[in-house]
Design a protein around this ligand. Structure first.
Ligand code: TXA
Ligand code: MG
Length: 337
């Protein structure tokens, strides 16, 4: 079976056939690679859960090409329409009351469904050719680091990896912002590339920001599994610092940092400052620009992790805009039970 595809019309038409036959395919989006399948085919969706070893109580995002497909799967209200007009196609996911056509497996039995219209031209092309909504979680095994390059899927799933369309590195690098519009007060379920302030400006209301690990019922179904404290975890332990200065102070003063510890910095560092510690350094961007840091974040974390260092150290970003979204990933990636 062919597993590696490019973006030529011939390759995409093969990929469309695979999807239409109820199989799964990893596709690039502007945020991260997604593991896609026909959203309305419960058997295809089951294959996604199985491949990712994803718990059944963690619902999927349905990707749509336009408002017509949105209305097929859910009931957008006026607030949703205004956010759709402002931010789609793009990295904003809306949680809305679902229509009966959506199989319960997609939404983990919830009465709501998460929906977004991705901006990536390859994903859009496939959506148009398939002419049906596609469910697609990030294409990583559950709880692990998200994929921003086609090779990350092979790295995670090995030789038997699902078919993957190589559309190059993803532009944004972290997953969409998730906004729950299913109740009166809009709330952020996952911070992401679209800023909370930009969303509240359109809605004309403050958004609720629930605590990590919030639960919504007596069975302890998470309000959104995206709110779990632990996610995106590398194999090596990750230790975070509140800012650059705290990290630098720690590097200078701490006598017991194990040799070959990896230090991930926002921009290049003068390594001469730390001559004798046997530390390894990697930087997330050339300039410290938060968008560039977000773009490279998962790829650098993966690369560092391939060396199996005894520890990985990384400082948080200033807590605004996309910096807050990267910090959310850093906190979850470093969380210990
Ligand atoms: O950028 C993205 O959103 C990527 C690309 C592939 O589109 N997808 C992605 O999917 O990040 P996933 O499955 O890794 O994350 C979906 C998040 C999860 O936290 C899930 O719990 C939440 O959305 N979610 C899905 N349906 C939900 C619902 N009905 N209510 C609350 N949260 C929901
Ligand atoms: Mg994910």
């Amino acid at each position: 079976m062919q597993r590696d595809f490019g973006v030529s019309p011939e390759d995409l038409s093969c990929v469309v056939k695979i999807l239409l036959s109820g199989q799964i395919v990893a596709l690039p989006t502007e945020t991260v690679y997604g593991l896609a399948c026909l959203a309305l085919d419960e058997f295809a969706v089951a294959k996604v859960y199985k491949a990712k070893q994803r718990p059944a109580n963690d619902p999927l995002i349905i990707h749509v090409s336009d408002l017509r497909e949105t209305k097929l799967v859910c009931r957008p209200d006026q607030r949703a329409i205004s956010l759709i007009e402002a931010f789609w196609p793009g990295p904003l996911t809306l949680v809305l009351p679902k229509n009966r056509i959506v199989p319960p497996i997609v939404t983990s039995g919830l009465s709501t469904v998460a929906v977004r219209s991705p901006a990536h031209p390859v994903f859009r092309k496939v959506l148009n050719l398939v002419n049906a909504p596609l469910a697609a979680p990030s294409a990583n095994p559950f709880g692990k680091v998200s994929p921003t390059k086609a090779e990350h899927i092979k790295q995670s799933f090995g030789d038997e990896h699902p078919p993957v369309v190589n559309g190059g590195p993803t532009q944004i690098g972290i997953e969409s912002t998730v906004v729950d519009l299913s109740s009166k007060r809009a709330r952020i379920l996952r911070p992401g590339p679209i800023d909370v302030d930009a969303i509240s400006a359109i809605l004309g209301e403050e958004l609720e920001i629930p605590k990590v690990n919030g639960t919504c019922d007596k069975f302890k179904t998470p309000l959104s599994p995206g709110l779990l404290a632990k996610h995106y975890q590398p194999e090596s332990p990750l230790q975070i610092f509140s800012n650059n200065e705290d990290l630098m102070a720690y590097l200078k003063s701490e006598p017991s940092i194990p040799a070959a510890t990896y230090v991930i910095t926002h921009s290049p560092l003068n390594e001469i400052c730390f001559p004798s510690k046997g530390l390894k350094f990697m930087h997330l961007s050339e300039t410290g620009n938060p968008a560039e840091i977000a773009k490279n974040f998962f790829a650098i974390l993966r690369e560092v992790d391939t060396h199996s260092p005894p520890r990985i150290l990384c400082p948080l970003l200033p807590d605004t805009g996309i910096g807050s979204a990267v910090n959310d990933r850093l906190r979850k990636a470093s969380y210990k039970d």
